[in-house]
Design a binder for this molecule. Structure first.
Ligand SMILES: Nc1ncnc2c1ncn2[C@@H]1O[C@H](COP(=O)(O)OP(=O)(O)OP(=O)(O)O)[C@@H](O)[C@H]1O
Ligand SMILES: [Mg+2]
Length: 470
């Protein structure tokens, strides 16, 4: 692979020798004789690699490295070159300092061609990594950048969200899995006066209690074995910005208490710390769990719920906003068509029918996955039902088959059908009766009565096995 190398040295002989050697190796070469010129070219020409002499007149090699480090913290990593410093024999301490400032390797003058080749090879590995990180970052940001919502329910929700964004009040985002709570949280941040400050995500379900505590609040030096130095937590690193507490329903009990105190006092202590730290961050929390149920079961503090629930927004499930489907389909086909297949796709009317008839238990995320799969499988640019991998629309949520010799007694048939609907709702709700009642639009107590009357099993079949048979 050819790369673009910027060689920086005030010694003309070395400059030309390196230039010749690198061109012979098949690379493109730019040259600079001082630090200012090097920085200018690094920004304008975006070389992949910089071979930088440490001893330069004016701005030294180390100064150039410092400037590049500042730039690296402001722009995606692929826009700043990897740096290999060139040092004179016997100046190893300078080389160490250079590595500390972000150089990926060093070459000692005079150098062997083999050594040069090896150093370039290593830098190329580093570059590939930086580029990959840059692409992943852009993908994450791109994925959450746009909020599609044309249905009346979404328009109303987005309107409320825009108004809520301006305040510093805590927002609680509720909704089934995959409905777009994170999309909404990022939009709230983008629309807020904090938009240019950090947006920091903390997943409260991903870590055990002590690690999560450390992640949120940071620690002081010596707070526990292995805490060699003071480390700020995510709350501190989000100063003046937004902290997104994802999966808040899964936050361990001990931390719920600490979080509550933080929300009340706008102060916290690092782990092992004795000095309170004041903070100015906005909190947005999200969960796909039923917090009322968690409170009832003693898994979630009621007072914390009220603290978080200053403004609460519920993102509706996709099946309740069919008007959004065509725009979402178009959005995902554009987004992923370009990145996966480098072309644009359309859906046939039949395929759109299938998509519109499906009930989307995994919501927008499931739709996105189905379309990514379709893009991958589709040989041309028109997506047909067979590329979707989901079953055709069903007019009724539950199939009933009538056979000729069966009775058509109205009450008997309806009772049978009602049993099927109840069973299907329980299955879809993961055998949670509160959720099933909500899905069916029934009072929970009425559902319980119906289940008893119709003799519908309230647990999955495998759990009904006699003891010892499992
Ligand atoms: N309104 C929307 N417009 C565009 N893309 C969306 C929208 N809603 C969701 N998505 C996409 O769907 C996927 C899932 O969204 P997101 O991660 O926000 O869901 P979630 O509600 O946080 O789910 P979970 O509860 O499982 O964490 C993401 O890739 C997101 O980009
Ligand atoms: Mg999420």
């Amino acid at each position: 692979m050819q790369i673009r190398v910027l060689v920086v040295d005030d010694d003309q002989d070395i400059l030309h020798a390196l230039q010749k050697r690198l061109i012979w190796m098949g690379h493109e070469v730019l040259t600079a004789e001082d630090g200012e010129q090097a920085l200018k070219l690094a920004i304008e020409e975006q070389p992949d690699l910089m071979l930088l002499d440490i001893e330069l007149p004016g701005l030294s090699g180390l100064d150039v490295l410092k400037r590049l480090a500042e730039r690296r913290s402001n722009v995606p990593p692929q826009y700043t070159p990897e740096v290999v410093v060139i040092t004179a024999f016997g100046t190893i301490d300078r080389a160490v300092e250079a590595i500390r400032l972000g150089a990926c390797d060093f070459l000692t003058k005079p150098f062997e061609p083999d050594h040069l080749a090896a150093v370039i090879e290593k830098a190329r590995g580093q570059m590939a990594l930086a580029r990959q990180i840059g692409l992943l970052q852009a993908e994450v940001e791109g994925r959450y950048e746009q909020v599609i919502g044309h249905s009346p329910r979404m328009v109303e929700l987005l309107d409320t969200a825009r108004r809520a964004a301006g305040a510093s009040a805590t927002v609680l985002l509720l909704g089934e899995t995959g409905t777009g709570k994170e999309v909404m949280a990022r939009a709230l941040h983008r629309w807020s006066p904090r938009a240019l400050k950090p947006f920091v995500v903390v997943n409260c379900a991903a870590l055990p209690e002590s690690l999560l505590e450390n992640e949120l609040f940071g620690h002081e030096k010596g707070a526990y074995t292995g805490a060699g130095k003071r480390e700020p937590g995510k709350i501190e690193s989000a100063e003046d910005g937004t902290v997104f507490l994802d999966e808040i329903g899964d936050m361990p009990a001990g931390l719920q208490t600490r979080l509550l105190r933080l929300l009340q006092d706008q102060e916290f202590y690092r782990v092992g710390g004795t000095q309170p730290i004041r903070t100015n961050v906005r909190f947005i929390a999200a969960t796909n769990r039923d917090l009322k149920e968690a409170i009832h079961d003693g898994r979630f503090r009621e007072d914390l719920f009220y603290r978080l629930n200053v403004i609460s927004l519920t993102v509706p499930p996709l099946r309740k906003r069919p008007d959004d489907l065509p725009a979402l389909v178009e959005h995902f086909l554009r987004l992923h068509g370009a990145s996966i297949a480098h072309r644009t796709f359309t859906v046939s009317p039949d395929a759109l029918d299938v998509l519109q008839g499906y009930h989307w238990p995994g919501n927008v995320r499931e739709l996105e996955n189905v379309l990514v799969r379709a893009i991958t499988l589709c040989p041309d640019d028109r997506i047909e039902p067979e590329h979707l991998g989901i079953t055709a629309p069903r007019r009724l949520p539950v199939d009933v088959a009538f056979s000729e010799d069966e009775t058509l007694n109205y009450h008997a048939v309806m009772e049978g059908y009602s049993r099927k609907v109840l069973e299907e709702a329980l299955r879809r709700a993961g055998w949670n009766q509160t959720k099933a009642a909500e899905m069916l639009g029934l009072q929970r107590t009425y559902l319980t009565r119906l289940l008893r009357q119709r003799g519908v099993p309230t647990r999955p079949p495998s759990m009904d096995l006699p003891n010892g048979d499992a």
